[in-house]
Ligand binder design. Sequence first.
Ligand SMILES: *Cc1c(COP(=O)(O)O)cnc(C)c1O
Length: 432
Amino acid sequence: MKNEQLKNRDLKVLWHPCTQMKDHETLPLIPIKKAHGVYLEDFEGNKYIDAISSWWVNMFGHTNKYINDKIKEQLDTLEHVILAGFTHEQVVLLSERLVRLTPKGLDKCFYSDNGSSAVEVALKMSYHAHLNDGNGDKNIFVSLKNSYHGETIGALSVGDVELYKDTYKPLLLQTIQTAVPKDMSVKSAKDAALKFEELCREKASEISAIILEPLIQGAGYMHMYHPKFLVLIREICTKYNVHLIADEVMVGFGRTGKLFACEVANITPDFIVLSKGLTGGYLPLSVVLTSDEIYAKFYCDYNEHKAFLHSHSYTGNALACAAANATLDIFQNDNIIEKNKKIAKYMGEKLEKFTELKNVAEIRQTGMVCVVELKGYNPKDRIGLKVYQHCLKNGVLIRPLGHVVYFMPPYIITNEEIDKVMDTAYEAIRNI
Ligand SMILES: *Cc1c(COP(=O)(O)O)cnc(C)c1O
């Protein structure tokens, strides 16, 4: 009964993200009572495997004992303190670790509390760094076609997914979208990089930065490309004095097979943006790391007016930093990146089977992200929704992006649970 009550009370007072609320006249909300490991549980005892890591944030399962204990410990010590003029142990420790773990040359951490606001931080810092260099003309941002960087006004401006962007176009910054490699081949990577180089040749004096999602465009239908693209873009950026902003909000923390996707291409961006997995999926926190060289451009006497005066109330929240430190402990102590190779291999083998289905256009995989792209449907068919509903009925939470079904589970998932998830999705796709 509690399920029903909560649904009704919810719809009287809540407005949910990324939702046409009228859908809930026919599509029931699912109140979750509790969660543990990969399982969510409702008030009637139904369980669902969280195969999308609760919107790509969860790393080591829900109510993870280790992370829980660390947050509880922190809760009784220091919950939060202003980060201007003050500091605390968790944020210092976390920053030391991030500097050590991210690609060499990223030396300073600037905190915020969600992916979108961290993207805004990186954009502003990039522009401001050029300005402090006496280069005030660099006020255009470039991003890739089909990219997603969040939904605040600035972040939306550099995104390119119509669904989120079109309505707000009149409000947005002018930006330029350059080609994304059309598939995972080296040739496509080279072709797309050439387009960016042409753009730089023409306009680099006005371009502050290019922002991109390394290797996988998440909300852009899990489009994937070859690491060679990142290598080429890095070279072009250096040549034309354009910053490279790597938005690793989704791909960071092991999703692509390395701790950070930039490592796959062995590049160092000028800014890296991290959030989602940073706290293991527990608390909102994000961070932008940049180089000592860029940091130095802002470092001078106060009256020279070059400081980066950006601020968020919850910057560097102590509970969130404790969760992040606990998450990094697990990566370190449990050798997660190595273990993930086995999980990714197993998922990859299971993925092959989907090619037997005649409504499957393509399968693809990068590390811990597996994708089944469907074909032969009109967007009006809302085919993803049908797959979603079938899976839910059978105890699996996946949330297709349109016609693209993907699997992005927490790293503690077992082979049996992977079987359950992928077999259920297979049935759903076969039956539609
Ligand atoms: C989710 C996401 C964001 C936005 O993060 P929020 O915390 O949802 O604001 C930005 N960039 C990428 C690549 C993302 O996947």
